[in-house]
Design a protein around this ligand. Structure first.
Ligand code: SF4
Length: 346
């Protein structure tokens, strides 16, 4: 009897199989855009060889906020109350600066109940990847308009949205996030490149992903449906990501290519697509978003990038050893130190 050895399982640069990056089985509706985003997250962390146990996942409430259960089972996780993930993430990352933070939120969770938290997270530029799974409706409570629904968008019931939307990318660029991107859950290649750049970025990355809700907002008249995105998606650039650790050659497509080196030495290659777009020009990014809103197009890609600005932990001048692992004798100042501070303030 002949025995054939099973082929060796494929592993990444730290010797882990892709199974080590998976999560529980999804309970979201089949075809929901959020499932595709979870798959991209699994692929990116696996391909970049990041230790899953060094990652901390955060979320609030909503269909999107259930997603962290479906990727990186070995990571730390905290499912917070509605809209409060930014402060929980900020606290955890301050307590352990070696944790890699990823927050998954939705348009309701971020732009309505969590807008105050979102704004202050932007100002601080805390290092983490913050994904907004944006479908324009509250899927968990039967599809009412959220604050990102476009003016004139129509619900299945025929109700028209007559309020102006909040654009989470505009807020992010204005208030201090240092990597801001928009993508579409159906664009696997672009979303992967953006996610990898965000993971390598040394600051706050906001990724607003149009992620259709197939149950409540995927009909004619919706501006967050698969059909609408296929018609109106206008990519700003073709993106390639070259990780710092890999000795690989990339085929740079013909045409003008701009290269940006990220903090960890990874490189982002931006190929011009029809327009001369510089993602380091803040005013141009805001103008582009404004023009897209007026014309009804959805511009996708890296909208804004500032690899030079300090993130919050650098501003605070924290020690390299995580605060969460320091003994109380070091983290709690003695009475004399407090008295000295009080004396200085008198
Ligand atoms: Fe996704 Fe909508 Fe279903 Fe929620 S209700 S899981 S957002 S398709």
């Amino acid at each position: 009897m002949s025995t054939t050895a099973a082929p060796p399982k494929k592993t990444n640069r730290i010797g882990l199989e892709v199974a080590s990056y998976k999560g529980g089985r999804t309970t979201l509706c089949a075809g929901c855009g959020h499932n595709a985003i979870s798959e991209r997250i699994i692929e990116c962390f696996y391909e970049m060889g990041i230790e899953p146990w060094s990652v901390a996942k955060f979320s609030g409430i909503g269909c999107s906020s259930k997603s962290p259960a479906y990727f990186l089972n070995m990571a730390h996780g905290f499912n917070s109350v509605h809209g409060r993930a930014p402060s929980v993430a900020t606290g955890a990352i301050l307590a352990n600066r070696h944790l890699f933070g990823i927050t998954v939120s939705g348009d309701g969770d971020t732009a309505s109940i969590g807008i105050g938290q979102y704004i202050h997270m932007l100002r601080r530029n805390i290092r983490q990847v913050y994904i907004i799974e944006n479908n324009g409706v509250y899927g968990l409570t039967k599809g009412q308009f959220s604050a990102t629904a476009d003016l004139g968008a129509k619900l299945k019931t025929g109700v028209i949205n007559d309020l102006t939307p909040i654009d989470c990318c505009v807020e992010a660029i204005q208030l201090g996030a240092t990597l801001v991107a928009r993508s579409f859950s159906g664009d696997k290649r672009q979303l992967q490149a953006i996610l990898k750049a965000a993971i390598a970025h040394h600051g706050l990355s906001i990724i607003d992903v149009i992620s259709p809700c197939v149950t409540f907002n995927d009909h004619e008249g919706s501006t967050k449906s698969y059909a609408y995105m296929k018609e109106h998606d206008e990519p700003l650039q073709e993106l390639d990501f070259v990780p710092a650790f890999a000795d690989i050659t990339v085929e740079i497509p013909e045409g003008e290519v701009r290269e940006i080196t990220l903090h960890d030495g990874s490189r982002l290659l931006l190929k011009k697509l029809g327009r001369d777009y510089d993602p380091t020009d803040r005013m141009n990014a805001l103008r582009t978003l404004n023009e897209a809103e007026t014309s009804g197009h959805v511009v996708t890609g890296i909208l804004y990038l500032d690899p030079t600005r300090k993130h919050f932990i650098d501003h605070l001048n924290l020690v390299d050893v995580p605060l969460g692992t320091q003994p109380e004798s070091k983290t709690r100042p003695p009475r004399e130190a407090l008295e000295r501070i009080m004396e200085e303030l008198r």
